[in-house]
Design a protein around this ligand. Structure first.
Ligand SMILES: C[S@@+](CC[C@H](N)C(=O)[O-])C[C@H]1O[C@@H](n2cnc3c(N)ncnc32)[C@H](O)[C@@H]1O
Length: 252
């Protein structure tokens, strides 16, 4: 057997065995909670901008973008811009052929209800900004959705990252608005499904909690659907992730 194929098959088996490894999952969940207790996910930058993610989820985003090769990424929740810059930098890398940059028509659209002036300034002066559009407004505001749908109509391969307000109703509305734009074979990643695994009251100053969070929204939204699946292989291989059960793949 071809050596690369053999390596991938062995890796798939390893990930499948992780799916059944309840001891390791419990350890990973426990580590994830301990890390969040310490705001670990705030420790990292991507090309100079703070990105509020676990490194493992950053690797998964990189893998998805490289394999799907979208020409449009729509992100809700910009904060300091780290994930926007990650997406834009990956978009740029998609167009390097034999050491030469041959830019195709690609775009990253970020939506945030509150783009702080200091963040806007540094994002707009970042070398990756030429691939980015930012929209200020709520991601579930009809006029915002309308703008995004129009942009999406000009692209052929769309990926979505939902990382804004983490309440059930908000994420459910985002899924209704944006997931239909995802291309077949591409992904809608719903961030912070991990809230469902934390103790009740873990976020005393936030409107989300157990039963009212991105995971509960995904569960309701996925009911009876056959156009998306939860790609559990991604959470299984990551183990430490903010998005267990949040990697949704469009299959139909
Ligand atoms: C977790 S941060 C995003 C982190 C970012 N994706 C990253 O990886 O660095 C959540 C962001 O969602 C934004 N937000 C909150 N409610 C929103 C809404 N209704 N519509 C759009 N953005 C919202 C907040 O202003 C905040 O900047």
């Amino acid at each position: 057997m071809d050596a690369i194929k053999k390596f991938r098959e062995e890796r798939t088996q390893c990930i499948e065995s992780l799916e059944k490894d309840s001891n390791f999952s419990a350890l990973s969940d426990s580590w994830t909670k301990e890390a969040c207790d310490r705001n670990y996910q705030y420790n990292f930058d991507w090309l100079g901008r703070p990105i509020i993610q676990f490194p493992s989820d950053i690797v998964a985003m990189q893998e998805l973008i490289w394999s799907v090769k979208p020409d449009l990424i729509i992100e809700t929740g910009i904060a300091h811009g780290g994930s926007l810059i990650l997406s834009a930098s990956m978009m740029a890398l998609l167009d390097i052929k034999s050491g030469t940059y041959e830019p195709q028509k690609r775009k990253v659209v970020g939506i945030d209800i509150d783009i702080r002036e200091h963040n806007r300034r540094v994002i707009e002066t970042h070398p990756m900004f030429y691939l980015i559009d930012m929209i200020e407004g709520s991601s579930i505001e009809p006029s915002v959705i309308e703008q995004v749908i129009k942009i999406a109509s000009e692209h052929r391969s769309v990926m979505i990252f939902l990382d804004s307000m983490h309440t059930h109703d908000h994420v459910f509305s985002e899924l209704n608005a944006y997931a239909p734009l995802v291309s077949k074979g591409s992904y809608c990643v719903v961030f912070d499904t991990v809230v469902e695994r934390f103790p009740k009251g873990y976020y005393p100053d936030r409107p989300w909690d157990v039963g009212n969070n991105p995971q509960s929204a995904v569960d309701s939204w996925m009911e009876g659907r056959d156009d998306f699946i939860v790609d559990t292989s991604i959470s299984s291989k990551l183990q430490v992730t903010s998005n267990p059960g949040g990697y949704l793949k469009r299959i139909g």
